[in-house]
Structures are given as C-alpha cells and as structure tokens.
Design a protein around this ligand. Structure first.
Ligand SMILES: [Zn+2]
Length: 257
C-alpha cells in the first residue's frame, strides 16, 4: 500500500500524493494546481517522479504542464483523453508500476468518456477513482450515459469491502443530505452525516471512505435496494424495471436536488 496524503486545492479538490515507502519520491494524482503540489514537495523535501491523471477536466489537469516542466516526472493518463501532455497512455487492463507496486487501470466512462480509475490490490487495497465515485455520491454525467456509469458502479461494488477510496472532491456533506432524502429511515446515513460533520468542523477531510461504507450509504451503489428503487420511482413518477433505470433516475434527481 502507499502512504497517502491529501493536498487541498481550489474550493474542494484533493490532489492525492502517493509516497514511496523507501525513498523521497512521490506521485500525485490529478494535480489541477501546480503551486499547491510544489508547496507540498518543498515543505516535505520530496521529489515528484510521476503524475497520474483520471480524466481530462481542468481542475484535474491544470497543473500538469507546469509540473512536467519543473520536475522529472512521467505523466500517465487515459488513451482516449483530449488532454494533451500525457506521456504514457493507458487502457483497460494496463498497469502502472510505481515504487515497486502495481496499479491496475480500469476504464470507468460516464462523468467523461476518457475516465479511468487506478486500483492497488493487496492487504490494504486502495482505489483512486477521480470524479466517478464520491462519499455517498457519484460524478455527474457530462459525457457518458447512465449505462456506462452503472457499469463503473458495478466494478466498484466488485472490489473488496476493505478497499479505501480516494475521491477527488470534498462533496460528502452535500451528498449525504441527498442520500438521506433517498433513504430517510437509514440510521447508517444519519451516523455518517454526524461523523462527517465532526471531521469538517475539525478542518479534516472526510476521505478516504471505503467500499463497505459506500455499500451502506451511497444511493449510487444501492440501485439494487428496494428502498432506493421505491424512492427513485416516486421521484420519476414511473415504474423502473432495471437497475440501470433506477441508477439513472437517482442521478437525474441529484442533478436537481
Ligand atoms: Zn471532472
């Protein structure tokens, strides 16, 4: 497993820094802001050797070219990305070897068409999922379809329950408010809201979350639950025959929540 630190950027982004266990090298995921990364490197005496991109959006790639120019870092990202500046392009099933460990690449289109996630297997699995999965939420469908995003959610559901999830935004409290509207009688969602509130009041990130927790609180992973289906049908005022339809209705509902 990697030793991981969040670097806060913009209003609510996290740039995750993955440290090598046996050198001063570090990799960053989705550096939208080069200055924040440089401050972090300087403060901790670290050397940037790799940049991993999950998708092309500016708040995830805006710092890449500056960092590449200033450091000897290799830039990895999706093979079908409109972002120019990648050096190693990745597709489904590829691996990124980093500090003696091997990250698995999975294509998870939906938020954008070029979206990929990075997964590290082991005794403490770790998932870097960009803007696909959030604590109690999922990314907006800017480019892809509900079918595609549902497929991504199926992949996340298939990962070990103990997998730590490193999302790229601090959206947890707003997401939990929506989750509570979908499942008003869930005490798990209420407990998670109290915990996240305490963390935010202490100025701490609510992340990482994990797969086991998300299976309990995240409406976008709970399309198979009767309670979620009933709420989705009430919102869309129609009967929803498939899990994809339930997922799509929940996504629509969140857009206007
Ligand atoms: Zn995005």
């Amino acid at each position: 497993m990697f030793n991981i630190t969040p670097i806060s950027a913009f209003n609510d982004n996290y740039i995750w820094a993955l440290a090598s266990p046996d050198s001063n090298e570090v990799a960053v995921i989705d550096p939208g802001d080069a200055d924040k990364v440089n401050q972090y490197l300087k403060k901790n005496g670290l050397q940037l050797s790799a940049i991993l991109i999950t998708h092309h959006h500016d708040d995830h790639t805006g710092g890449v070219n500056q960092l590449k120019a200033e450091h000897n870092a290799t830039v990895y990202g999706p093979h079908n990305s409109p972002f120019e500046g990648l050096e190693v392009t990745l597709k489904q099933g590829d691996r990124v070897e980093l500090f003696g460990q091997s990250l698995q690449v999975h294509e998870v289109p939906g938020h954008t068409l070029d979206h990929i996630s990075y997964y590290l297997d082991g005794t403490q699995p770790q998932l870097f999922c960009g803007d696909t999965l959030f604590l109690a939420g999922c990314g907006r469908l800017f480019e892809g379809s509900a079918e595609q995003m549902h497929k991504a959610m199926e992949y996340f559901r298939s990962l070990p329950d103990i997998t730590k999830i490193y999302c790229t935004h601090e959206y947890s409290l707003a997401n939990l408010a929506f989750a509570a509207a979908v499942e008003p009688s869930s005490s798990t969602i209420q407990t998670a809201t109290i915990q996240c509130n305490q963390l935010r009041q202490a100025g701490k990130p609510t992340l990482p979350t994990d797969i086991a927790t998300e299976k309990q609180i995240n409406p976008f992973l709970r399309y198979g639950e009767t309670t979620v289906k009933q709420s989705a049908e009430q919102f869309s005022n129609t009967s929803l025959a498939t899990e994809v339809a339930v997922f799509g209705a929940i996504r629509e509902w969140k857009n206007s929540f």
